[in-house]
Design a protein around this ligand. Sequence first.
Ligand SMILES: O=P(O)(O)OC[C@H]1O[C@](O)(COP(=O)(O)O)[C@@H](O)[C@@H]1O
Ligand SMILES: [Mg+2]
Ligand SMILES: [Mg+2]
Length: 348
Amino acid sequence: MSAPSLEAFLASHGRAGYRSDVLSILAALASAALKVNNSIRSGKLGTAPCGSPEIRNADGDIQKDLDIHADETFLKSLHNVPVLYVLSEERSAPVMLDPNGRIALAIDPLDGSSNIEANVSIGTIFSLLPATAAAASAPPEGVFLQPGSAQLAAGFFVYGPQLLLVLTLGKGTHIFLFSPQLGTFVQTHESIRIAERTNEFAINTSNYRHWDEAVRLYVDDCLKGEDGPRGRNFNMRWIASLVAEAYRVLIRGGVFLYPGDARAGYGNGRLRLVYEANPIAMLVEQAGGCATDTVNRILDITPATLHQRVPLVFGSAREVERVGRYHTEPSAIAERSPLFGNRGLFRA
Ligand SMILES: O=P(O)(O)OC[C@H]1O[C@](O)(COP(=O)(O)O)[C@@H](O)[C@@H]1O
Ligand SMILES: [Mg+2]
Ligand SMILES: [Mg+2]
């Protein structure tokens, strides 16, 4: 039997009562992603900051042409689908689309902006939340300030060597590849599982001096390899593109960390809860992994503001739990010294 197309998959999956709405929204997102992918491939956009370097988004990041183009392309694609509000990284306030819509969409239209000119994989991350009928007359913030556990669906597109969609509707995490021959996305992986044990970690080590002690000790122990308390060697990756890192973790395991640090404005790291951490956390959990803010489950956090940042650790379940123990068992860490380098608590 040939692999199902995205449309066929959507027609038979998803939460009852929302299925046809989700199907039409995802079809619209897929067609917008194809347009953004074509713009990237044509090479005309994105190598320069948009206009002047002074143009920044709600979170203070410089907006590039491709950030704006992706934002506008996704927004335009949603005009005939049942989306009540859209919250975009590139806009400070949500935009109302269909007052009768029952779904709210949070989106990072272009993730990994710093990689555009380097021709490294970038992507689009999205989260679908249920919106009650009353939400249309209430302030738009409310619908986005639900914990990530309320998400109906979450996913991301990767604009890389392949155009991919990674998607969950709440039962497993599935991967679809765009087929130029068929003109649609075709399923390549069903209910992918993240490897439980990992020898690979991803963190921007240029921030080492800004991290708290728990994060430093965790990374130190990985770096000590087979001579250290972990008793085995670790590999390291940092692409600076969340979609590319998440895809790698889903495919071959590993752990990703963007913790809070001491730099001004980075107390909660760099990644945004509503349209980055929540969708990635749902995808990771649906693939058998874990996602935390170093200690607490991401999907349990109730956002306080639309663009709030959150420390993010996700990946192989045992490794994410281990990162948590470095934070919650400081007495064990305090007892450490070179003499205790191979103590049992952290070994494995
Ligand atoms: O440049 P840093 O500090 O390593 O941060 C990289 C992180 O920032 C991001 O680019 C933030 O996303 P945006 O590009 O959407 O702002 C992530 O994709 C990536 O994980
Ligand atoms: Mg992003
Ligand atoms: Mg972005």
